[in-house]
Write a protein that binds this ligand. Structure first.
Ligand SMILES: [Zn+2]
Length: 249
């Protein structure tokens, strides 16, 4: 299922993700949906915050631009095939720089039409858990290193604008202010509440305990993918942790 991508101005982008301790069916579904969403939008990486979930999960696939923007990969100290390593799921990733910073172009699906050169270490060591719950460790260079760093930043509520030069950020300020204002206006219109109630993290939402009723939604909750919503109409989303049941009557 293709998910909506959260835009700059939505507070969830500033939330530090909760660690994931187990690969539950919900996490598996989220991973599949994130891949579908990322490929649909021609991104090379997507963090859970960008689809509204403040958890430490990101998906990456640099293979579509392997020629234009090369990557390197080392496994156990040996050079490995990047394409064979894609797509990549990183859960609770930790990174360590192992090379000097270099400048390179970046964009972000949460910042449409905004691009900038960002300085980041050219090569990094990465440790994480994969989608099977296995511990993985690798050294990444080139675009892969950049993508892992960009996405890991998202998982900690850090955005690429935070790493722009003062000059670049000043140049982009009108666009950033406009995007932020549009997002906030859209959120206000949808009646969205401030963050704190995220699927998979737990919450004290007033919509908890199955009281939420959504009259416009499909058979499943359109945000948290919960398919256990009972019928007949009105359907209550049975997820006690759904945070964005916005189509309340
Ligand atoms: Zn991004």
């Amino acid at each position: 299922m293709i998910l909506s991508i959260v835009q700059f101005g939505d507070p969830v982008l500033r939330k530090k993700g909760a660690r994931i301790e187990a690969i539950t069916p919900e996490i598996k579904k989220l991973i599949a949906d994130m891949f579908e969403t990322m490929h649909d939008r021609h991104g090379v990486g997507l963090a859970a915050q960008q689809v509204g979930h403040a958890v430490q999960l990101t998906v990456i696939d640099v293979s579509p631009v392997a020629v234009e923007r090369p990557s390197t990969l080392h496994l156990d100290g040996k050079a490995a095939d990047v394409k064979a390593f894609m797509p990549l799921v990183l859960i609770n990733p930790e990174i360590k720089p192992v090379a000097d910073a270099v400048e390179g172009p970046e964009g972000c699906l949460s910042f449409p039409e905004i691009f900038a050169d960002i300085e980041r270490p050219e090569s990094i060591e990465v440790t994480a858990m994969n989608e099977k719950g296995e511990h993985i460790h690798f050294r990444a260079g080139g675009l892969l290193a950049r993508a892992v760093q960009h996405e890991t930043d998202h998982l900690h509520g850090i955005l690429f604008i935070d790493r722009m030069s003062t000059y670049t950020k000043r140049e982009l300020k009108p666009q950033l202010d406009e995007l932020q204002a549009l997002t906030k206006a859209a959120l206000k219109q949808k009646g969205k509440k401030e963050p704190g109630n995220f699927c998979g993290v737990g919450s004290a939402s007033p919509f908890d305990k199955g009281r939420g009723v959504f009259s416009l939604g499909p058979l499943s909750c359109h945000t948290c993918s919960n398919r256990s919503a009972p019928s007949p109409i009105p359907r209550a989303c049975a997820s006690s942790r759904c945070w964005r049941r916005t189509s309340f009557p």
